[in-house]
Design a protein around this ligand. Structure first.
Ligand SMILES: [Zn+2]
Ligand SMILES: [Zn+2]
Length: 262
């Protein structure tokens, strides 16, 4: 059981180790009651391509980062509160196996383990942590989750108009509602998606129509201005960890198997 690790010296040492590996690029992770439940390398589907990421499962948060030096140095720390997380198993296909979705209100993405056993272990441990957390807090699981973004490489033409060929000039954009890759004109509207942001977000024309029809005094207001494309803006690269770090995504020679302590 995870609970017996609370206040244990081994747990404190492991958490200090994780903090040390992130160094000043990370948040303090040692808080009362927190337990490191497991750790390991998973392949995370990013906007451009799949990349190796180091994951740490705590009893209340999921932390991941880029691997600078295997088992020694990580950066680009992301922290996901487990209360918001919902997992969804993915079927194996010819390219990707042993995967599942990690869905949260603000960000959803797919990860892949090396083997079916590792997938099953990760999912079981994460789900157990979520269950325990929700039971203790009495909160309900979050119902609305952000769309999983279709990777850029899967769309050479706009998924809405099916005409625009993507290029340096015709950049790809992602609908924040359905995750489709669409061209600028097919995503020139914004819509308020309160679960994701307090500001209206880019949506495709399909989703804009659907959302506008659904709306009946729910507080959501479509942005009818049809914002002009801001050239060079980074908002279509919503994934902070998607650019300028190509070297960090190499598969590790020997990532090792995940370790679970609980
Ligand atoms: Zn289009
Ligand atoms: Zn859409």
């Amino acid at each position: 059981m995870v609970d017996r690790l609370v206040n244990s010296e081994a747990n404190a040492r492991r958490i200090a180790m994780v903090e040390g590996c992130f160094g000043s690029s990370g948040q303090p992770l040692a808080v009362p009651g927190r337990v490191l439940v497991g750790e390991g390398v998973l392949t995370k589907m990013c906007r451009k391509k799949p990349k190796s990421r180091q994951f740490f499962l705590f009893n209340d948060i999921l932390v991941y980062g880029n691997i600078v030096i295997n088992k020694k140095r990580y950066n680009k720390q992301h922290i996901i509160p487990l209360e918001e997380v919902k997992l969804e198993s993915l079927e194996d296909d010819s390219h990707f196996r042993n995967g599942w979705l990690i869905r949260t209100a603000t960000k959803s993405f797919a990860v892949y383990a090396a083997t079916a056993t590792e997938k099953q272990e990760w999912m079981a441990h994460i789900n157990k942590c979520i269950e325990d957390l929700l039971r203790k807090s009495g909160k309900k699981a979050v119902e609305v989750h952000a769309a999983v973004w279709v990777p850029d490489s899967e769309a050479s033409v706009c998924m809405h108009c099916k005409r625009t060929q993507f290029s340096m000039l015709n950049r790809r954009h992602h609908c924040r509602k359905c995750g489709s890759v669409v061209c600028g004109p097919c995503s020139n509207k914004r819509y308020l998606l309160p679960s994701q942001s307090s500001k209206p977000l880019r949506v495709c024309l399909n989703c804009f129509d659907t959302l506008s029809k659904q709306k009946s005094g729910s507080g959501s207001t479509p942005d009818k201005l049809g914002l002009k494309e801001r050239s060079g803006s980074a908002d279509s690269s919503g994934e902070e960890d998607s650019s300028g770090e190509e070297d960090n995504g190499r598969p590790q020679d020997d990532p090792g198997q995940p370790k679970f302590y609980g």
